[in-house]
Structures are given as structure tokens and as C-alpha cells.
Design a protein around this ligand. Structure first.
Ligand SMILES: Cc1ncc(C[n+]2csc(CCOP(=O)(O)OP(=O)(O)O)c2C)c(N)n1
Length: 306
């Protein structure tokens, strides 16, 4: 090479492929190393890409907790709401603007304990929202208290002699209340989890994806289970894929086999479809189907009232 010649190096790409979907000004995030929430978010963003949904028509709603922080990190219309109220908020959002794909992304405590009532009724009504529940078996953000999904015998800050309360089986709860799509994967099953999230996003009605995720700082440490990587190894060795399994068989015991897969994929009218169909039957042609608070009909009704 002649001395002094300019060497053109190939341009280095510094951007992570998911950066365009994240609020980079909020990074670094608060999650601990090896926490499964980050993996769940990456799967969700890839699922969103795969789904082909227009991003300006997607809204993410979270409650409070470590998983509740997701809404703050994704570069979408997103709402960080009060503890346990993510599904209630999402329901209002969906009904005001039915064009939106509304996704609730939150923790097992937020969704199944304080938010349990909203969860069961949204499933019963087949509200058209997708719920992603990151289940780390513990209230992580507040210091490791026992939660609604903590397995019997697990040690938590409020169950120092081991939990004795029967935990909820989330897929059974969702399915028995009327969810039309129910799947469970772990933070290890990234391709299958991404696929499940894509299917859930594209499914009209109440869809639920449970993600079993490591909490190395509290759950693993209190229970002497090693690191987050050890928990991933545990998932690798102890998960059994059983599509279509009866949700009654999906209980999770302390350090027992975890059954994963797609358990429910069915179709029934969503809340708004059922409402419009019912009212049309009762009121006949006089009934104008509800299309959201911002529809042309709603606006002209408002201007008439004014
Ligand atoms: C009304 C109310 N009650 C309690 C709290 C305290 N609190 C904050 S986060 C949380 C639990 C979070 O647990 P989970 O939903 O499982 O999420 P994780 O932190 O494990 O992701 C609780 C009880 C609160 N913020 N508001």
C-alpha cells in the first residue's frame, strides 16, 4: 500500500436492531442483570414487527412494578398507569378508540392480585386487548413479597418459612373466564414466545401470553436457586411443551416441571361486536353501531348536542 493512502473501513453499525422501538433517552433501564423482562420486551418488539401492525395504531399500557416499567421504555403510545389498573385503563382506551391494538404488559402481582378483578371481567367480556403477563413468582419491585402465583414452599420476604397459599394457575384463570387465546412460555423460549405474542396480537379478543421469567435478585436469591442463568438452565431441563393441554393441568409447583405451549385458540365475538350485534337485534335499523368516541357518527352527535 502506498504510504499516506486513505483507508476506507466499512462503516460500523452501532445501533441495536430494536433501538427504533425503544425510548433510548430512558436507557439504561432499571432491570437487574439476567432479569427475564428485557427478553420479554425484545420478543414483544419482534412480534410487533412480525405482526405488521401499524405502529401508530398500537398502544401499550402497564401498571406498577418492574414489568410495569415496559410502557416507559417502548417508543409507542404508552401509558404507565396505577397499580392493578392496567386492564381497566386499556379497556377504556380500546372502547374510546376501537381502531387501536391495545397491549397490556405487566407483572403477575399487578395483573392477577390487585388487578385480578379487571382481568377476569375483561376475559369474560372478551375485551379486544392482548395481555402479556411476566410471571416471576414474586412481587419484585417492592422487595420480594409473596404474590398470587408464588409456588407453595417458595421463600419470600413475607413467607420466610415458605409459602402455603395455593397459587393461581394463570392459563386456567384466563381460559375459564373466557380468553380466546392463552399461551405460556418462558424467557428461554424466545422464538416460540415471539410467535405466541404475534398470534396474540393478531387475534381479535382477549388474548393472554404468560411469560415465566427469572428474578435472580429476589426469587432466586431467597430460594438459593443460583443466578438467572441457572434458572434458564432449569427451564431448559424442566419445561415440557404440550400444546392444547387442559389448563387444569398447568399448575406450577416449586421447582417442578413447567408445562408450556399454546392452550387456547378459539373465536367468539369481542365485547364491541357482541354489543353492536345485540343492540341491532333489539333496536333494529334505528341503531347506529358504536364505532368509538372519535367516529364521524359520534362527532356529529356531539355537534348536534352542542
Ligand atoms: C395501590 C398500591 N398498592 C401497592 C403498591 C406497591 N407495589 C408496587 S409494585 C407492587 C407489586 C409488583 O409486583 P408484580 O406486579 O408481580 O411486578 P414485578 O415487580 O414482579 O415485575 C406493589 C405491591 C402500589 N404501588 N400501589
Amino acid at each position: 500500500m502506498t504510504q499516506g493512502a486513505v483507508v476506507h473501513e466499512p462503516e460500523l453499525r452501532h445501533e441495536h436492531p430494536l433501538e427504533p422501538f425503544l425510548r433510548m433517552d430512558r436507557i439504561p433501564h432499571i432491570w437487574c442483570p439476567t432479569c427475564g423482562i428485557g427478553t420479554s420486551v425484545a420478543c414483544f418488539l419482534n412480534a410487533l414487527k412480525e405482526s405488521g401492525l401499524p405502529l401508530d395504531k398500537v398502544a401499550v399500557v402497564s401498571g406498577i412494578g418492574c414489568s410495569g416499567r415496559v410502557a416507559g421504555y417502548v417508543k409507542l403510545d404508552s401509558f404507565h398507569t396505577t397499580h392493578g389498573r392496567a386492564i381497566a385503563f386499556a379497556t377504556g382506551l380500546k372502547l374510546a378508540n376501537p381502531e387501536l391494538k391495545v397491549v397490556v404488559f405487566s407483572g403477575d402481582g399487578d395483573l392477577i392480585a390487585i388487578g385480578g378483578n379487571h382481568f377476569i371481567h375483561a376475559a369474560r367480556r372478551n375485551m379486544d386487548i392482548t395481555v402479556i403477563c411476566v410471571n416471576n413468582f414474586i412481587y419484585a419491585m417492592t422487595g420480594g413479597q409473596v404474590g398470587p402465583t408464588t409456588p407453595v414452599m417458595a421463600n419470600c420476604s413475607t413467607s420466610p418459612y415458605g409459602n402455603f397459599e395455593r397459587p393461581f394457575n394463570i392459563p386456567l384463570l384466563a381460559a375459564s373466564c373466557g380468553a380466546v387465546y392463552v399461551a405460556r412460555w418462558t424467557a428461554l423460549h424466545i422464538r416460540r414466545l415471539t410467535r405466541a405474542m404475534t398470534e396474540a396480537l393478531l387475534k381479535p379478543g382477549f388474548s393472554v401470553v404468560e411469560v415465566i421469567a427469572p428474578c435472580s435478585t429476589l426469587y432466586a436469591r431467597r430460594n438459593r436457586l443460583g443466578t438467572g442463568l441457572d434458572l434458564m438452565k432449569f427451564y431448559h431441563d424442566n419445561c415440557e411443551i404440550r400444546h392444547g393441554a387442559d389448563p387444569k393441568d398447568l399448575d406450577i409447583g416449586f421447582q417442578q416441571k413447567i408445562i408450556v405451549g399454546k392452550f387456547v385458540d378459539t373465536t367468539r365475538p369481542t365485547f364491541l361486536e357482541a354489543y353492536n350485534e345485540h343492540m341491532k337485534k333489539v333496536l333494529g335499523e334505528a341503531f347506529v353501531p358504536y364505532q368509538g368516541a372519535f367516529s364521524a357518527t359520534a362527532q356529529s352527535d356531539e355537534s348536534k348536542a352542542a
